[in-house]
Design a protein around this ligand. Structure first.
Ligand code: ADP
Length: 243
């Protein structure tokens, strides 16, 4: 399938969480091989949307397709291998960085004789220095640990990474270096990235495609260069407040 066909398509997707309408009639196309950034105020539905895309949650209504296939028709384990998730707050499992990555290999059922290679390539893609591999993961800095989380998500050899504010807990300088890593994964490896971000400078720099959400609805979606120049009043108001 070429990059012109969408990674995800959503049709009239609704998500009600504990009586709150987190997503309200979302219809959207997410392109393949690019970084799509989700922006919008806190509570807009960015996390709720991301969680649907590898079935951490299922929508209460509407249809979602991944690469043309109904997402419910893809076995969950297969989907999660193809579509990885990186959370906002990186979590270290016990043991070294290598142990953390090996654990992901066992979940991903990477053949035993391929595990070392996969650890090496995932660590390299996430820009983790070799010398860090044998350090205890719980002694790493926040930025190093977020790289381990990215490498862990790469262990399954995914086509797509979903990232929920992956740089939110990091200082701006570290956030920028992680942003560069994410940009390389997309531009050099062709990975599709769907990422929620509250850093507008980061969103502008990384996004090929952008979606603004507010109150569970799409305010505007399109190529990032157009979206950030859009004269839509709701978008302008948001950007002038946070930008
Ligand atoms: P964002 O990621 O844009 O900050 P969220 O997707 O976290 O927004 O939240 C969207 C809406 O859904 C908000 O109104 C939020 O309060 C609500 N929500 C999210 N998760 C839950 C939950 N587990 N229980 C109840 N309401 C929730």
């Amino acid at each position: 399938m070429d990059n012109a066909s969408p990674a995800f398509t959503l049709q009239q997707v609704e998500q009600v969480k504990a009586g709150t309408r987190a997503l309200d009639g979302i219809s959207l196309s997410v392109p393949q091989g690019q970084i799509t950034v989700l922006i919008g105020p806190s509570g807009a539905g960015k996390s709720a949307l991301l969680r649907l895309l590898n079935r951490l949650d299922d929508p209460t209504a509407g249809k979602i397709r991944y690469r043309g296939q109904r997402i419910n028709d893809i076995p969950v384990r297969t989907l999660r291998r193809r579509v990885g998730f990186v959370f906002q707050t990186p979590v270290a499992f016990p043991g070294t960085v290598r142990d953390n990555l090996a654990l992901a290999a066992s979940i991903a059922e990477v053949p035993a004789d391929k595990i070392d290679d996969r650890i090496g390539s995932s660590a390299r893609l996430a820009d983790i220095d070799d010398e860090l591999l044998d350090r205890p993961a719980d002694r790493l800095s926040g930025g190093q640990l977020q790289r381990v989380t990215i490498a862990r998500a790469l262990m399954t050899g995914p086509e797509t990474l979903l990232m929920d504010e992956p740089t939110a807990s990091l200082d701006p300088e570290t956030a920028a270096t992680i942003g560069q890593t994410i940009a390389c994964l997309s531009s050099q490896r062709g990975l599709t990235v769907v990422m929620a971000s509250h850093r507008i400078a980061e969103a502008k720099e990384l996004a090929g495609h952008a979606v603004m959400l507010d109150k569970g609805k799409v305010v505007e979606a399109g190529p990032a260069t157009q979206l950030f120049e859009s004269s839509h009043p709701r978008l302008r108001a948001f950007l002038s407040r946070v930008g």
